[in-house]
Ligand binder design. Sequence first.
Ligand code: 4AD
Ligand code: MG
Length: 462
Amino acid sequence: DIEIRELFRNREEYAGKEIVVRGWVRGNRASNQFGFISLNDGTFFTPLQVVYEASKIDNYEEISKVHLAAGVMVKGVLELTPGAQQPFELKATEVTVEADSLSDYPLQKKRHTMEYLREIAHLRPRSNTFSAVFRVRSIVAYAIHKFFQERDYVYVHAPIITGSDAEGAGEMFRVTTLDLSNPPTNEDGSIDYSQDFFGKETNLTVSGQLEGEAMALAFRNIYTFGPTFRAENSNTARHASEFWMIEPEIAFADLADDMDVAEDMVKYIISYTLEHAPEEMEFFNKFVDKGLLDRLHHIVNSDFERVTYTEAVEILKKADKDFQFPVEWGIDLQTEHERYLTEEVFKKPIFVIDYPKEIKAFYMRLNDDGKTVAACDLLVPGVGEIIGGSQREERLDILEARMDEIGMNRELYDWYVDLRRYGGVKHAGYGLGFERMIMYLTGMSNIRDVVPFPRTPKNAEF
Ligand code: 4AD
Ligand code: MG
């Protein structure tokens, strides 16, 4: 049989010929004499229109009653219909039901709320919206690999189970095989993890960066692309407990080089997706976020803004706006501040750089002012932060002093510090939140709707 994508791509080749297609019924309506099935086989966003007639197929009665979602085989002749709403239709000579569906199919032909669709996560990929989102997800993943591979970056698989907390935020999922209802304990009553599976405390990774740095200092340019886990108890539309992150790490690079790569990558992803998922992107533009396509085209053709944290704080202080969270130098920028900057002031993606060291991770390079670090966050309209990055502290004494200052367990990170002892040249990198990128590209407003089976606090149902 032939896939529907192929029919749409090379329709001329099949015009007038008898072909066989297999797919699922997305719509079915019939009169006494003829009926229409809207057929989707999953390979293409737009369904194929099938026309069947009582005089041409012998099971007309049966087919006219076939339920939504039934799997069918259709043999027929492809007829081009220029000028009509559909570019062609399939005139059936034979229709067979391969798997019927019950009449109470939860995805009836009407608009459902996103909340309802989340409750049927196993069926929602069949809806228009999710069919578009999840195909774009796949295309974007490929575009990211393509971007880095074309530039000869080495793809690194960072471990999923680690003994470290790369971000130092303590938001980790513990990995253990101990019987926690009766664990072995130390003299002071605390759990004795030396008896655990790995002989120490372990957790799911929050970031592959530290391992990525080790690899970059061997291969120069590397990237990771894998799942990361955070036990943040923030129930927002932008936080997931399990999400995918892309973390390039570049040796001999400083913060400006780092941002150049990030900006090129974001533009590449947008261009690639516009080119390779035109039907899906058109759908988002029409039904999810009006003006999306204009905005994306504009972004590809303009430079991102770069402002320092200190400048950003000045702008926010002068803003004629009642922020819920008051602005002063030293605060972590909140979503409301990020949105104001990107949506009302700059109206485009902006890099905010040089944050106070107190609100950033231990590995970021201390600037000459002694107060800020060489960090960069990329903020975009509608979503907020999609990238967090920095130049890394390559100076052994300053790194060690910082680790002591915030009371880190030096033994745990000895291998990381070691990298500074043996050819630890300047280097920089960043992390792109894959789901946030998908939200930005599609206009979808909740992270739960860009992951097939999302994990968020109190939700791991599917
Ligand atoms: O800013 P973050 O925490 O940076 C890091 O993890 C660094 N190690 C990256 C690096 O320099 N190699 O996270 C990076 C990005 C964020 O900008 C955001 O897009 C995404 O990861 N992110 C999340 N996405 C979904 N749900 C969450 N809970 C997220 N936390 C971070
Ligand atoms: Mg961040």
